[in-house]
Design a protein around this ligand. Structure first.
Ligand code: COA
Length: 166
């Protein structure tokens, strides 16, 4: 049984993330979507709400939703991966600008645990320009982010920022 851990801040989950999960399920038997701690970021949604949104989205979008688990870990990613019995980290790669950071992360993770490999899927071109921050910025200024995020997330952003549905 091949299990991959897909880590991120998921603040909030976007359609780009959903695309990676869907395609990852063609390769792995099980995917653990892990909300991990990025000390560089201040979050909009509390961890519990992010987990709840991911669970709802996966249940709605994935006929294979039983093969997806959602979890949270405040510590080192490689420790979580080892303790969960997985040995693969799954990540999406969008633009060249992602590469340097992801390369550094992959190398430090490998230095910390040589048994864990990182596998990258290229982000679908429809989601190339999307990030959680850009979605939050657009929503906060009243821009429509419909189609960039799952409907459940759209509704939560609407509640947070009070924009009208369009
Ligand atoms: N589609 C759309 N957007 C995507 C995407 C995709 N396929 N893949 C990534 N993104 C977006 C994310 O939403 C994120 O947007 P944001 O910066 O606006 O929040 C951005 O691209 C960067 O994603 P990522 O590189 O995955 O960063 P992250 O903050 O989501 O996750 C952690 C980083 C949590 C995985 C990392 O900090 C970590 O591993 N923390 C645990 C501690 C640790 O072990 N650190 C490493 C060793 S010191």
């Amino acid at each position: 049984m091949k299990t991959a851990v897909y880590p991120g801040s998921f603040d909030p989950i976007t359609n780009g993330h959903v695309d990676i999960i869907t395609r990852g399920l063609k390769i792995f038997d099980k995917i653990i979507v892990l909300i991990a701690h990025n000390p560089e970021k201040k979050s909009l949604f509390p961890v519990e709400e992010r987990m709840e949104m991911i669970r709802e989205v996966i249940k709605e979008h994935e006929k294979d939703h039983q093969r997806v688990k959602v979890d949270y870990a405040p510590g080192l990613l490689v420790d979580y991966v080892r303790n969960s019995g997985a040995n693969v980290i799954l990540k999406g790669l969008r633009a060249v600008s992602d590469f340097e950071y992801e390369f550094q992360m992959t190398l430090i993770n490998r230095r910390l645990n040589r048994d864990i490999e990182t596998v990258f899927l290229m982000t679908g071109f429809r989601w190339f320009f999307i990030s959680s921050s850009i979605v939050k910025e657009a929503a906060s200024l009243g821009g429509s982010v419909k189609g960039m995020v799952p409907d459940i997330v759209y509704q939560r952003l609407q509640q947070k920022y009070g924009f009208s549905a369009s």
